[in-house]
Design a protein around this ligand. Structure first.
Ligand code: DP6
Length: 328
């Protein structure tokens, strides 16, 4: 009863921030994302009859931080499968964990994919995505590759593929400006924002229109329109975070320098835009032919420690031969 899965982080262009239903973890807003290729989480799940409690290790270290969420997620699958065995969960990331690089998205996408296979549940991608969403909203999107949408209907939010990765190839450059674990996790940050920000209602009311605009830009391959709406969604999300009480500021100096650098490039005619999640890293999205220009500009930006790059990639998958997988 064991399986190993790989999933990649996704970067939201239209952001999810806020929950409609805390119990089932249903987002309050629609979101749209791109799944990456060269950053990954690989997770092995092994259910053992004589194991009472789940044991979770991340990058070789025993983890207590995510243990509760992992357990809840596995309980949901155990109930479906009618077993009560504990599981050994070994997870590995090839990028820094918990620093705003979407490790919870790839982490829970890989966990649910591996665990449902190990339990022989035979779930569809959509069902796997639904289980992943209950653990972490953004994880629902990492089940699919390329451009992914997650519209939220009144009682549900179902992620689905919007456009194949190969249909509109992008390069994402990640300017790492800190490797420290973020000060406030998304769930806590969202609740604080909903409770205390005067701007929260405006954020919720305008999110659907932004989603519709972005969706159309993707389907018509309109880079300029996607750039504008993505930056707007990002800045609106950070605006609503910053106006919580106490204000949630995820940026550092390098983040702001990076924003200015991307804007300068765009003014010079380079098709590139930025987005930033609940952390200080800046992600610059461009067409592959401009990768070198954008990389050079970001590498040269004060406060940027290193620049990672990735193409768009596929959704979560089972690794049938984990030891023979190559590392990007
Ligand atoms: C800023 O998916 O981490 O990355 O559902 O509480 O686990 P939970 O939140 P999470 O939030 C992601 C927030 C974001 C924007 C996004 O990915 O859409």
């Amino acid at each position: 009863m064991q399986a190993t899965a790989q999933a990649q982080p996704n970067i939201a262009l239209i952001k999810y921030w806020g929950k409609r239903d805390l119990e089932r973890n249903i987002p309050a807003v629609d979101s749209l994302s791109i799944t990456l290729d060269s950053l990954w989480t690989r997770t092995q799940v092994e259910f053992q009859q004589d194991l009472k409690d789940d044991q979770v290790s991340i990058d070789g270290k025993q983890d207590h931080h995510q243990a509760e969420r992992v357990k809840n997620c596995l309980n949901f699958l155990r109930r479906k499968a009618g077993v009560n065995y504990g599981a050994l969960v070994r997870s590995e990331n090839n990028f820094p964990t918990g620093a705003g690089l979407a490790s919870s998205a790839s982490g829970f996408a890989a966990l649910v994919t591996a665990a449902s296979k190990a339990l022989q549940l035979d779930l569809s991608d959509s069902e796997i995505s639904d289980v992943a969403r209950r653990a972490s909203g953004s994880a629902a999107r990492s089940i699919f590759g390329g451009f992914v949408e997650m519209p939220c209907a009144p009682g549900d939010a179902i992620a689905k593929p919007l456009l194949d990765a190969k249909a509109w190839p992008f390069t994402v450059l990640i300017a790492v400006t800190s490797t420290a674990v973020k000060h406030t996790g998304s769930t806590v940050g969202m609740q604080l924002t909903a409770r205390t920000s005067d701007y929260y209602r405006a954020w919720i009311e305008t999110a659907h229109e932004d989603f519709v605009t972005a969706r159309k830009a993707v389907l018509t391959r309109d880079f300029e329109a996607l750039a504008e709406i993505s930056e707007r969604s990002c800045l609106k999300m950070h605006g609503v975070m910053m106006t919580a009480q106490p204000g949630l500021i995820y940026w550092n100096g390098g983040t702001i320098e990076g924003i200015n650098r991307v804007r300068e490039l765009r003014q010079r005619g380079v098709p590139v835009f930025f987005t930033i999640d609940a952390g200080p890293q800046l992600k610059a999205v461009c067409m592959p032919e401009h990768e070198q220009t954008v990389r050079a500009a970001l590498t040269d930006t004060p406060g940027v420690l290193k620049v990672l790059s990735s193409a768009l990639g596929d959704g979560a998958r089972i690794l049938s031969n984990p030891s023979q997988e190559t590392t990007h």
